[in-house]
Design a protein around this ligand. Sequence first.
Ligand SMILES: CC(C)(COP(=O)(O)OP(=O)(O)OC[C@H]1O[C@@H](n2cnc3c(N)ncnc32)[C@H](O)[C@@H]1OP(=O)(O)O)[C@@H](O)C(=O)NCCC(=O)NCCS
Length: 343
Amino acid sequence: MTKSNKPHLRNPRSRQTLRPVHIVGTGSYVPERVLTNADIEKMVDTTDEWITTRTGIKERRIAAPEQCTSDMAAEAARRAMEQAGVDAKDIDLIICATMTPDMMCPSTACLVQQKIGAKGSAAFDMEAACSGFLYGLEIGQQFITSGTCNTVLVIGAEKLSTIVDWGDRNTCVLFGDGAGAVVLQSRGEEHGILTTCMGADGSLADLLLIPGGGARHPASKESISGKMHYIKMSGREVYKNAVMAMQTAAEEALRRCNLTVADIKCIIPHQANLRIIEAIANRLGAPMEKVYVNLNRYGNVSAASVAIALDEAAREGRFQRGDLILLLVFGGGLTWASCIIQW
Ligand SMILES: CC(C)(COP(=O)(O)OP(=O)(O)OC[C@H]1O[C@@H](n2cnc3c(N)ncnc32)[C@H](O)[C@@H]1OP(=O)(O)O)[C@@H](O)C(=O)NCCC(=O)NCCS
């Protein structure tokens, strides 16, 4: 993506005239094990100072060997349902955004359905890398807006520690494990999710990918010895595109809702790199006090990042009912999205 080829944004008009959709509960779960920068210093040629100054990350969470994406997703979902006061039997649809499903088949969403006891609900996974949670939120919203579903669970969950090459200092310092979830319903009142902008640029797929394990390079001795099942990333290129795409997506969402950044109470961006977040805040003219950051504690948890941050920010009281919040994501694909919610 170049300056002359700015991120293209499709779809949603402002939805004020449609059936409003609300986030009625949030939840998150991160595994207990903490892996600090000092721990990573013992694994690869890096320093706490390099990781902190280049990324803002101090530590990340790592799931136990027996703990899988669906386990973390189910725990985050239970917490969101508890807060929403929603019973498992009320869930019509489960959408799980992940790039680290438990298995190639069945979907992680089906495994979550079994774990939380939402028997009979529809369930599927969707993959838009780190943008997955907002893509999932938009899909879930459409099901409610159309009247097809009343209650939708949207989850972002990742066990990225299984696809990180722990010998590659370029990537292993960046990622962690965890899950976040929201329950969507229409409360029959104004506000809720006001607009979502989504976009993608598949011509830049090579900047961030996991080449092995799919139909192109199925698991084989060669794919394993070539470390093709691990994340490969052109960090600097991803960085540049992330800043530009999230800025454009944020501006488009604000324009559609006839708002300025001054109207926004809290910005929750994808938690990949503090320098990316600061650059976006700077370009949007938003003070960093408005921006929620937890990547120092968790690193980049891909599809779970904004879901976890949203839950933490809400529970910390960073915004109240009626406040406007702006969510921003960016990831492999390349993909990106923005969303404005009146809480
Ligand atoms: C990955 C990232 C942190 C690297 O930061 P950077 O400032 O761009 O660093 P560069 O890529 O320019 O690398 C600078 C040097 O540091 C080195 N380096 C990379 N990782 C290192 C590490 N963990 N410790 C020490 N040195 C490291 C590189 O080898 C390079 O050395 P060289 O100049 O001798 O080749 C940054 O580009 C980034 O965050 N990119 C976006 C990643 C992202 O968001 N991914 C997920 C998207 S959803």
